[in-house]
Structure formats: C-alpha cells, structure tokens
Design a protein around this ligand. Structure first.
Ligand SMILES: NC(=O)c1ccc[n+]([C@@H]2O[C@H](COP(=O)([O-])OP(=O)(O)OC[C@H]3O[C@@H](n4cnc5c(N)ncnc54)[C@H](O)[C@@H]3O)[C@@H](O)[C@H]2O)c1
Length: 382
C-alpha cells in the first residue's frame, strides 16, 4: 500500500486510529474494550451476523456504524485497523479481505481453520504490506518473555527435552439447544460461511467449539496458545511428527464431534517433545506449561512463573502478577501499526503455531502418527 492515505496513517501524522470490529461476541467485544483503553482508538464500525450482538457492541462503541456483512464494513475508507473476533471458520476469509482492503489486522487465534488457509493469509499480509497480529497474547506476556530471556536463553534449564502443556477444565457441559426458533435478526447462512449447509441448530451457533466442522475443539482452542508459547520460549517452530488420542468421554451423545478429553504429542527436530493434556479433571480450570531440562524445571502460565534448579542448594524463583497480558498484546499491535515493525505474534508465527494444533486435530481424526516435513511444511505419506 503506497497510497497517500496509507502513508498518512503509517507516518503518524494523524494519531487517531479508526477501528472496525468484525465478530462482536465474547472475545471480540472484550478485546475491543482493551483497544479503547488507548485514547487514540475510536471504534467506527461493528459487524456481526446476529443483531443482538451488534446491539451489545453499540453500547460500548457509541456512534459506530453497524453491518451484517464484513465486506460492507471494509468499504469504509476511513478504517485503519480491523479486529476479528469471529469463530475460527471465518478468520481466513475476513482477514484476507481486510488485508486486501489495506487494513492492519488483529485476528484472534487460531489463525485458520484449515492448514491450507494459513499461507494465503500470510501472503495477503505481505503482498499488501500490512501489520497482522494474531491473538496469541502470550507472546507479549511477561511470564513467557521472562522465561525465555532469563531462564531458557541463560541456560538455567540446561537442555530442554520435554515441554508439558495442559488444560484441566471442569466437567463437559450439555449443548445449548434452548433457542428452538432461529431469531429473525440472525443471518444463519452467513454464520455458516465456508461450512457445509445444515438447518438451524442453536448448539452450533452457541457451542461451535463442540463441532469439528467449525474448529478443532479444545485442541485448537487451547493447544494453539500453549504450543505457540513453547515455540517462542524454545525458539522452535515446525515439528517432525504429531500424534493424538482421546474421545468424547463426558457421556454426551448429542451430536458433538470434538473430543472433550484429548492428549497430543509433538516431536521437533531439535530433540524436544511437546505434550498437550486436556481433560475434565479440575473444579476450576488449571493450565500451564512446564519446561523440563537437564538443569532445572520451569512452570509458567499467564500470571505466574516458578523455577526450580536441580541443584538442591539453589534457591527457587517464584513470581506472580495479576492482570491480563492481552492488553500488552493490543498495545504491541498499536505500536507496530505506528512503527511498521513486525508484531510479537506476526501472522507467520501464528500460521506455524496454528498449523501444529491442526496437525494434532488431524492425528486425532485419522487416529495415526502424522509425519511432517518441517522445511516444506507438508504432511509426509504414510
Ligand atoms: N486469545 C484468546 O485468549 C481467546 C479467548 C477467547 C476466544 N478467542 C477466539 O475468539 C474467537 C471468538 O470466540 P468467542 O468466544 O468470542 O465466540 P462467540 O460465539 O462469543 O463470538 C463470535 C461472534 O462472531 C459472530 N460471527 C460469526 N460469523 C460471523 C461473520 N461472518 N461476520 C461477523 N460476525 C460473525 C457471531 O455471531 C458471534 O457474535 C474464536 O476464534 C476464539 O478462538 C480467543
């Protein structure tokens, strides 16, 4: 983009940032309010396929224009940045359209629903020379940055051969099928988008995570985050093999297809294995990453870091800080929109992390060990 308009944006001549929100559900709306903490940001437009969600968004984005179709929102020339909070099956289409329209984009994780979509989004960002940050906020979070800089790079863990990641949630819940009639202000066909046609099913709207047509369930929801943080701390990216096991163990026979208990194991060329453990084991969600090395162990999650050396004489390190690291991630994006530097979770980083979780989904569905060529980023024949 070399137009005068884009130049005025990037040169910081006008510090106002005009934002369009696509997907005004839980996450999109929450992150939009974090953008509003910056006095420079004004939400000029909101878009959703459900009128009730648009109404909620207009309560915090007063005066914004509203749309049901993201293509109409993108016709607004004055928009500088677009925030995408749709479900996963719409990330690629909306991100590519926004990048081609010359907008800088903050798109929620997982970057894409299929591996094929990933390189197309990366290319749209590069061809149009746009900033594209993926909502993998741990890349901007103090525990992970501190773990990488002060422990991994400093050699305090020695050789790291295992990264254990986990998400232990409460018991799986029934699907929400209360809304028998489709609301007249919900565009169901637009919600489905690239997913094959089926008649209105409220569960698929409200619980899209339970259906593999829309996403990879808990694997893409959580493991994308955790494996991305491991990639960052260990400075690795593409794996050589992926396996998964699990199933719908929660006793529900209601049409859901995504596993509620699942275990994945990913091997990397640098002699490290990353595991993901996801099940209904805890009354309150518990999660985190444990890096296991020859010299010590380190636990991190979004608010906490703990280090124990194998040398029993060495004092442990513990740090805990409340707060949401997503704000740091949003600020990193806004800073990069000004400086035109690559953001912490640049689209290419997000593509590679999402790719691993999608391989884990494929291994779960196909019940096999997937061999992967890390240089060509291709699945190898059986
Ligand atoms: N980074 C994080 O920590 C984090 C946390 C939660 C959710 N997320 C991600 O955010 C995304 C949304 O999750 P959620 O929990 O907010 O879901 P949600 O169902 O609450 O919200 C999704 C919204 O998108 C709307 N939508 C669907 N198709 C659309 C389209 N074509 N155009 C415009 N709007 C459309 C829906 O009507 C809904 O209002 C998911 O991809 C999820 O993985 C990320």
């Amino acid at each position: 983009m070399n137009s005068a308009l884009s130049y005025s944006r990037i040169a910081g001549a006008n510090d106002r940032v005009s934002l369009g929100l696509i997907g005004c559900g839980g996450r999109g709306s929450y992150v939009a309010t974090l953008f509003q903490k910056s006095p420079a940001v004004k939400i000029s437009a909101v878009c959703d396929v459900y009128g009730a969600r648009i109404d909620k968004a207009l309560a915090f984005a007063q005066g914004a224009r509203s749309f049901y179709d993201h293509r109409k929102l993108l016709e607004m020339g004055e928009l500088d940045v677009v925030l995408i909070g749709t479900p996963d099956h719409w990330h690629a289409r909306t991100a590519i359209d926004a990048l081609n329209a010359g907008k800088d984009v903050y798109v929620e994780k997982p970057l894409m629903r299929t591996r094929d979509e990933g390189p197309l989004i990366v290319k749209a960002a590069r061809v149009n020379d746009r900033i594209c940050q993926v909502g993998l906020q741990q890349r901007s979070g103090w525990p992970y940055l501190r773990a990488r800089d002060e422990f991994v790079r400093a050699g305090k863990l020695g050789k790291i051969t295992l990264a254990r990641t986990f998400w232990h949630s409460g018991p799986p819940r029934p699907l929400n099928r209360d809304m028998k009639e489709k609301p007249s202000n919900l565009d169901w066909a637009r919600f489905l988008g690239p997913v094959k046609w089926r008649d209105w099913d409220p569960a698929q709207y409200f619980n899209f995570r339970a259906f593999l047509d829309y996403n990879g369930g808990k694997i893409t929801d959580f493991f994308t985050h955790w494996v991305d943080a491991v990639h960052m701390m260990l400075e690795i990216d593409n794996p050589v093999a992926v396996m998964s096991a699990g199933g719908i163990y929660g006793g529900f026979n209601d049409g859901r297809t995504a596993p509620d208990n699942v275990y994945s194991l990913v091997e990397y060329p640098s002699e490290v294995t990353v595991t993901f453990e996801c099940g209904a084991f805890a009354p309150q969600p518990e999660y985190g990453i444990e890096l296991c090395g020859t010299e010590g162990r380190l636990f991190v999650n979004r608010n906490r870091l703990e280090y124990h050396s194998h040398d029993r004489g060495a004092p442990p390190v513990a740090d805990r800080r409340p707060g949401d690291i997503t704000l740091d991630h949003v600020n990193n994006f806004l800073e990069c929109c000004r400086t035109r530097k690559r953001p912490n979770a640049d689209v290419h980083i997000g593509q590679r992390s999402t790719q691993v979780s999608l391989l884990a989904v494929q291994a779960y569905v196909e019940k096999r060990r997937i061999r992967f060529d890390p240089a060509r980023e291709e699945v190898l024949p059986l």
